[in-house]
Design a protein around this ligand. Structure first.
Ligand code: SF4
Length: 610
């Protein structure tokens, strides 16, 4: 096989054992890599109802067939497991040299089960895996952990680790690498912590098997050059995703005060131009010439990285308008290994709940010191922080008193940084994303603003499905960053050329779209299998706030979603997907996608429509 190494490393922490296993070439061809591999492995090997924080859950690091070849924006892998936050499929991608090193060590994926008796670091160097006592690392934050491991291993080693949040099983703990590259929003850090696994160190020195190595090198160099020619390149390097703050403010999609509003009176203080004034450098994922992490000196005089999602969720959404202070909160979140998006969402929920006096705790909007203390309380599960550490859905359920009306999540995963009072298609994107509310599968809000915000049209559903295939299916399975295409217009043909040079196969977009649909339907099946008869269509509906409470400020004042029209749109979406009126894939759909075995298994949990 070319492109893929054809090997998964199966690690059992109960037995301190690691075994390299070849896998069927059809798995590679059908599921590509990354998210596709993770979905396939979890579907095949996890018993429904498995406790996500039990030794039986599997933590998966999965790369794609392009990872490690040095191609532009391909230094990433997916981290996946059954999520403790949502109770179903969870994943996230991380840009890290660990992905490159894992592939060079010879593995397309590393699958970790069991639980170590005491904290360990897993060190994988080519065909040798060792389990290192990590008692001295337990309790360190993710930056300290990586720095100490770097002093032990080769400079080129790739490292992923968890901070105290993962150790304390915070349900939205992430896996962190390279001081700020974090992934696995739905609690992948907690899954790692539940296994007593503090870090994984990858070192690899093998050549990856390219079908056409010369062509690969030439294409790679040409790809980097092409990116430099794109008109938006210079501005991207200046601001990365930060310019979205100004755009969101103009278009009333900037989450403010727990998604009550779409505009923030201090937006100009936290936007791209404000960031430029304090920017000191840029950081990014390996193998990328678009590095988009804006490094600034924060209010604690430490270096922190800024991007749109983090600064909005820890800024306007909690009523904080000081960029250096937001940067400090973001750095603390990264050090502790907390997902900054969920964190901002959960804290805004707490602030609103306190304001409405549904809890005795006094938690105020936009108070820096108070917020800092609350973040630590969440990571260490102290006091009310322990309630919030369960995520916004569970916190609202525990507090009661109608607080679920302002718990901003879908399927238990907190909403990311786009307000959708006046964006029905983006709301549908959140509602139907593979892991709960996340924009990575289909970020269509800027397109929606251009085509008209009020409509619930079929064209919007078609666009949503197109983007879910491309971003949630193809990019997440290649594990290649979507920004070159999305932000700079880097043409999609590059990826088919890359795939040809790597695998020796023609993999045109209709093949990739088919694989994407296969993966997205398999993930859907995973959700249905987990929830069984408790699965309802309501799980595909965005928060009630967007339907009930209109915006009171800004250019879209008065806007809110229409529940009847949204329901019609959701039904049409199901139909186009080949799912029944409950949102469950039909037997015919699964069969068409070559998933008849999945239909058989799923039929044991729920009645499947023909
Ligand atoms: S553009 Fe940003 S997210 Fe994408 S690979 Fe480069 S640094 Fe990473």
């Amino acid at each position: 096989m070319f492109g893929w190494t054809g090997i998964f490393l199966q690690v059992d922490l109960n037995k301190n054992k690691a075994v390299a296993e070849s896998y069927d070439a059809n798995v590679a061809l059908n599921f590509i890599g990354g998210r596709g591999f993770a979905a396939k492995i979890l579907w095949d090997s996890l018993k429904p109802g498995t406790d996500p924080l039990s030794p039986e859950n599997k933590l998966i690091f999965a790369a794609g067939p392009l990872t490690g070849f040095g191609l532009p924006n391909s230094g990433k892998f997916v981290v996946a497991a059954k999520s403790p936050l949502t109770g179903s499929y969870g994943d996230g991608n991380i840009g890290t040299s660990a992905a490159v090193q894992m592939r060079k060590a010879g593995y397309d994926a590393v699958i970790i089960e069991g639980k170590a008796k005491s904290p360990v670091v897993l060190h994988v160097k080519n065909d040798v895996a060792e389990f290192i006592d990590a008692k001295d690392f337990w309790g360190l934050n993710s930056f300290e952990t990586e720095a100490q491991l770097k002093s032990i291993y080769e400079r080129t080693a790739g490292i992923v680790s968890i901070g105290p949040a993962g150790e304390n099983l915070v349900k939205f703990a992430t896996v962190v690498s390279q001081e700020g590259r974090a992934g696995g929003r739905p609690g992948m850090g907690a899954v790692m912590g539940s296994k007593n696994l503090k870090a994984v160190v990858f070192e690899g020195s093998n050549d990856l098997p390219a079908a056409y190595p010369k062509e690969m090198k030439e294409l790679s160099a040409a790809g980097y050059r092409e990116i430099l020619t794109k008109p938006n390149y210079a501005f991207w390097k200046q601001q990365g995703t930060m310019s979205t703050v100004e755009w969101s403010q103009e278009n009333s999609t900037l989450p403010t005060f727990n998604f009550r509003e779409g505009v923030f009176d201090k937006a100009d203080k936290i936007g791209g131009y404000a960031m430029e004034k304090i920017k000191v450098s840029t950081r990014g994922c390996p193998q990328c010439n678009m590095t988009c992490g804006n490094v600034v000196k924060d209010s604690d005089r430490k270096l922190a990285e800024l991007d749109y999602e983090n600064i909005v969720m820890l800024g306007s959404n909690i009523g904080l308008g000081n960029l250096k202070q937001i940067a400090a909160l973001n750095r603390i979140a990264d050090e502790l290994g907390l997902d900054a998006i969920s964190l901002g969402n959960v804290m805004a929920f707490a602030m609103e709940t306190s304001e409405k006096r549904r809890i005795p705790e006094k938690i105020h909007w936009g108070k820096f010191k108070e917020t800092k203390a609350l973040i630590n309380d969440i990571a260490y599960r102290r006091g009310f922080g322990d309630v919030l550490a369960e995520g916004v859905q569970a916190a609202a359920a525990k507090i009661g008193h109608g607080t679920s009306e302002w718990a901003m999540h879908v399927k238990g995963l907190e909403i990311t940084a786009y307000d959708c009072h006046a964006a029905p298609a983006m709301a549908l994107s959140y509602a139907t994303s593979s892991i709960g509310a996340h924009h990575k599968d289909a970020w269509l809000i800027s397109w929606e603003v251009q085509v008209g915000r009020n409509s619930y049209s079929e064209a919007k559903i078609d666009k949503l499905i197109e983007l879910q295939r491309l971003r949630g299916g193809i990019f997440e399975s290649l594990v290649s960053c979507r920004f070159p295409h999305v932000e700079l217009g880097f043409e999609l043909e590059w990826y088919t050329k890359y795939l040809h040079a790597a695998t020796g196969r023609e993999m045109p977009f209709n093949t990739l779209n088919y694989a994407a649909d296969k993966t997205l339907n398999l993930i859907r099946a995973f959700w249905i299998r987990e929830y069984g008869n408790n699965w309802t269509k309501n799980m595909d509906v965005p928060p009630v706030r967007w339907f009930k409470e209109p915006l009171t400020e800004g250019p879209m004042k008065g806007a809110k979603l229409d529940s009847v029209k949204f329901d019609v749109m959701l039904n049409k979406y199901y139909k186009k997907r080949g799912w029944d009126e409950r949102g469950i894939p039909t037997k015919t759909t699964l069969k068409k996608l070559g998933l008849s075995d999945v239909a058989k298994e799923l039929g044991k949990c729920v009645n499947l429509s023909e």
